[in-house]
Design a protein around this ligand. Structure first.
Ligand code: NIG
Ligand code: FE
Length: 417
């Protein structure tokens, strides 16, 4: 039997209906419905509009009517389009060494860096990784994040990458958040691999890719293009193979040096993420393409590096999403709204651009059309903040958390404070 619900009145509902994918957005371009209602059919939105108008329709459908008391602001459920939250162990020692002035090389020589997390993650059982993913996903869910991308990349062998991706797949039905997995076997050349970069990537693409398809573990392939990881020349054949098999491509690009964003544009990747080192040249290239630029302020905050040139990307006409990059090494905080508002202050992003970056544009960065906006047919994923103006959400820089989080038409979290 169909289940109908009407929720409202919501003082301001930010539907993101008119939010375009590319370019700058002014706050007054946000489409706001005042005293709004959200009419839900099962797990999707049937209609949004004025609460009083929708009430009649709801009654005709015998909908459950949930009348809110007090002032609420509604947003689409937030989407964290880039995380590495499947991992074991800690890199607190890296953090301390980095802040004491030790170099990347010194930290790696002391046993730190990505390889340290690979070693710790390989020691974990699949169920332990799964448990960690569920726990971290639920932490994000309470912050209003209803869709979370999760990468592998701390396994770096066929079996260990499979362990991570199976852990993520098993975690998905055990958290209310939707998990979108990505294979990042191209994170670095594993230290124990007997062969060069090209041999490793060939091995992964020939051995692992078919199993990803067979077991339906992911439809996304990522790689880290950087001096310490893989060169564009290494990666082109790898991405071309992935594309030929029907995978979507996403790239860790231009974090410390340029090169990655050009690859992203050339292979028509869905997104190019990081971009802290992008220059005018890369910004122009990205803006002319359909690649979504994903800023990762958590990595800038974690490493003490420059922010992604978000303002320049938007002003050049590019598409900008914002994600947390939650990982044990460069971005241990894992707090999307806090980080999105912080890059907003440094890069002078309008609240509308910040919101689009974690809703409609984040959905585009994951190639998902069924979320990120509150319009008929999209998933009924939304947040209700108990406050009287949407500016308050950004002004509190992540400290104002949603009073209610709704996922697929059901309330999944209520803040009782
Ligand atoms: O996105 N840049 C490469 N990968 C991660 C860091 C992973 C780690 O340090 O464990 C990132 O920042
Ligand atoms: Fe990352």
């Amino acid at each position: 039997m169909e289940k109908y619900k009407l929720i409202g009145p919501i003082k301001q509902l930010l539907t993101m209906e008119k939010s375009k994918v590319k370019g700058a957005i002014k706050d007054d371009e946000l489409l706001i419905i005042e005293q709004a209602g959200i009419l839900i059919k099962n797990e999707r939105i049937l209609d949004v509009g004025s609460f009083s108008d929708l009430k009649e329709k709801a009654e005709a459908l015998s909908a459950q009517i949930i009348e809110l008391q007090g002032n609420y602001i509604g947003t689409p459920g937030f989407i964290d389009a880039h995380t590495h939250l499947c991992f074991s162990g800690t890199r607190a020692r890296d953090y301390a060494m980095r802040n004491s002035g030790r170099s990347y090389l010194e930290i790696a020589e002391a046993g730190g860096g990505i390889w340290d997390t690979v070693t710790q993650t390989r020691k974990a059982e699949q169920y332990e990784l799964c448990h960690g993913v569920i726990k971290r996903a639920n932490t994000l869910l309470r912050q209003g994040i209803t869709t979370i991308e999760v990468k592998s990349g701390y396994g770096l062998s066929v079996q260990e990458e499979l362990k991570m991706l199976r852990a993520i797949k098993n975690a998905n039905p055990r958290t209310e958040a939707d998990l979108i997995s990505t294979c990042l076997a191209g994170h670095m050349l594993p230290k124990d691999f007997d062969g060069d970069h090209k041999t490793y990537l060939d091995h992964i693409s020939y051995t692992l890719f078919p199993i990803l398809k067979e077991e339906n573990l992911t439809n996304r392939i990522d790689a880290f293009i950087e001096k310490s990881a893989f060169t564009p020349e290494d990666i082109y054949p790898y991405f071309n193979k992935a594309k030929a098999m029907g995978f979507d491509i996403t790239v860790h690009a231009d974090q410390f040096s340029v090169g990655g964003s050009e690859v992203a544009v050339q292979v028509s990747a869905i997104s190019a993420d990081h971009l802290e080192a992008s220059t005018a040249n890369e910004i122009e290239m990205l803006a002319k393409s359909n690649v979504i630029a994903v800023a990762l302020p958590g990595a800038s905050i974690g490493l003490g590096c420059d922010f992604t040139p978000a303002r320049k990307i938007l002003d050049a006409g590019g598409a900008l999403a914002i994600a947390s990059d939650w990982n044990p090494g460069s971005a241990p905080m894992g707090d999307l709204l806090t980080q999105a508002t912080i890059i907003g202050t440094f890069e002078k992003l309008s609240n509308a651009e910040v919101l689009a970056g974690i809703t409609s544009r984040a959905a585009a960065a994951l190639n998902l059309q069924d979320r990120g906006k509150l319009i008929p047919e999209t998933l009924a994923d939304f947040n209700l903040f108990q406050t009287d103006h949407y500016n308050e959400i950004f002004y509190h820089q992540g400290k104002l958390v949603p009073s209610q989080v709704w996922k697929r038409g059901d309330i999944v979290y209520t803040d009782h404070n």
